[in-house]
Ligand binder design. Structure first.
Ligand code: MN
Length: 510
């Protein structure tokens, strides 16, 4: 088993979920030995599950308040432990858990399962009943969770069931997002685009809620770094561009715009150096503050995103944070995740669609095809023509999600969508492009999105779904609104009003 465990590659395998089993001393040695053995088997099954992206670490069965408190303190103090799963194999009087749960600072999942799937109808006796009491042991535990008002996820079903393991996997991904937020540093070059409302926000609140540290830096420092990049490194990176993408003729060796591609590579290298040296996981820039940069970073921002960095254009640090967090939560899943902007509509009443794109900065991870490197003028910013990757997004189900500062709280808003092929190739639109049909319809989706004050910038992911985002919001205790196939405008409006009351009250009582 140990050998198999070491060989298993997990997408987020540097992180651990601790599996805590509750019991009590009064059952006697034989029963407690069985509790330990069974719970260890469940933890190992989750650990070796291909669905669950993190390590699952079994902890010795806790039987008294001292052991519960000690384990919860240890989980809270262990950085790589991103969350805790609890399960009451037997009855575990829940007042024993109060101190521990109050000390626990990690996301909590209550797994409501039992070791045996089927009831052994003709064999069952009182010994079996004594050992397998989750049906009421977990109710006792859940009562104290509710009484303490803990943010948590409850998952019910047999532990070998694929649907149960999927819910645990999604929650684990969200927990890794919470961990990333607490360790994330974001660098801003320039402020938000002047006069824009939705990209602004309270950085102190963001640090208190998500953990992220957002700080501004001078574009001048970046300009100096760009000038200092050696031509050898530039040539190496350009060779990588040529090996990875199709490059238009004017950017190839001897082409009229060759120097622009060398400059784009210089900008990418300087940005990468800056990110690595400063330990940054996300970045923003703005066309209003380019100082001595010859081009607005295009291919640089796109390729940094493809490597997992967060990015937000026009100084949009909240969307840059969200891009980074979703990329971490999505690690190892197919599909890709990008910074996105709702750009323009196809308003055919029978075929409503949204064209999403940006001036330059869409991540090629959402495409299934080989992008093209191209150069075209940019109407704004007043600099040289920027080099960018051009492609179409792949098709299939996806989600767009946005993060807004509503003044008294943050709001996460998501819409389930279906990416589709464009009605005709958009040959004159030289950017990364995504076309989608929002659920349940273009009219209902946009009426709800606007009612919620949702931003024009978002994160588009083909890799993670609504459950991961909802779990993340629960852990961060942030409002989460979802527009999906069942949403109605009337119901959605009421949900927003109820939320206003709930958050107003919960803030007032703090
Ligand atoms: Mn924009």
């Amino acid at each position: 088993m140990a050998h198999a465990r070491e060989k298993l590659v997990k997408a987020l395998g540097e992180f651990e979920i601790w599996f805590l089993t509750g019991s009590q001393d009064l059952y006697g040695e034989e029963t407690l030995r069985q509790v330990a053995e069974n719970s260890r088997k469940i933890a190992e099954a989750l650990d070796t599950s291909e669905t669950v992206p993190v390590r699952v670490v079994w902890k010795p069965v806790v039987k008294n308040p001292e052991a519960i408190l000690a384990t919860c303190i240890e989980a809270s103090a262990t950085d790589k432990c991103v969350g805790v799963i609890t399960w009451m194999h037997t009855f575990s009087p829940a007042r024993m858990w109060i101190a521990g749960l109050q000390a626990l600072t990690k996301p909590l999942l209550h797994l409501h399962t039992q070791f045996n799937r089927d009831l052994p109808w003709s064999e069952i006796d009182m010994d079996f009943m004594n050992l397998n009491q989750a049906a009421h042991g977990d109710r006792e535990f859940a009562h104290i969770e509710a009484r303490l008002g803990l943010a948590r996820k409850t998952v019910a079903g047999h532990w070998q069931d694929a649907a149960v393991q999927q819910k645990i996997a999604n929650w684990s991904r969200a927990a890794c997002g919470v961990w990333e937020g607490k360790h994330l540093r974001l660098a801003r070059f320039g402020d938000n685009m002047r006069n824009v409302a939705v990209t602004d926000g309270d950085k102190v609140s963001a640090q208190m809620v998500f953990g992220v540290s957002v700080n501004g830096f001078s574009v001048g420092d970046l300009v100096d770094a760009v000038r200092a990049v050696s031509i050898g490194r530039v040539n190496e990176l350009v060779a990588e561009y040529e090996a990875t993408y199709d490059v238009v003729a004017s950017l190839r060796a001897g082409g009229a715009n060759r120097e622009s591609m060398l400059e784009a590579a210089r900008i990418e290298l300087a940005l990468r150096d800056f990110m690595v040296e400063g330990g940054f996981g996300a970045i923003t820039d703005t066309f209003e503050n380019l100082d001595g940069l010859k081009q607005l970073p295009g291919i640089a921002a796109q390729r940094l995103m493809a490597d997992g960095y967060g990015f937000g254009a026009e100084g949009d640090w909240k969307t840059a944070v969200l891009t980074r967090l979703v990329k971490v939560m999505a690690r190892g899943l197919p599909g890709g995740t990008s910074f996105m902007e709702d750009y323009t509509y196809h308003l055919d009443p029978k075929d409503g669609k949204i064209l999403g794109a940006h001036m330059l900065e869409v991540c090629p991870s959402i495409s299934d095809k080989r992008p093209t490197v191209e150069i075209h003028p940019l109407g704004i910013g007043g600099r040289s023509d920027p080099v960018r990757l051009v492609f179409d997004a792949g098709t299939g189900p996806a989600i767009v999600v946005a993060l807004m500062d509503m003044g008294d709280r943050f709001r996460i808003l998501a819409n389930e969508i279906d990416l589709v092929s464009p009605n005709a190739p958009m040959v004159k639109l030289p950017v990364g492009r995504a076309v989608w049909k929002p659920r349940p319809s273009l009219a209902t989706s946009t009426e709800c999105w606007l009612t919620a004050g949702g931003s024009h910038h978002s994160v588009l992911s083909r890799a993670v779904g609504a459950e991961v985002l909802a779990d993340f919001a629960e852990m961060a205790r942030v409002e989460f609104l979802l527009i999906d196939g069942d949403t109605t405008v009337g119901g959605f409006k009421k949900e927003i009003r109820w939320n206003e009351a709930y958050y107003g009250l919960s803030h007032g009582l703090r």
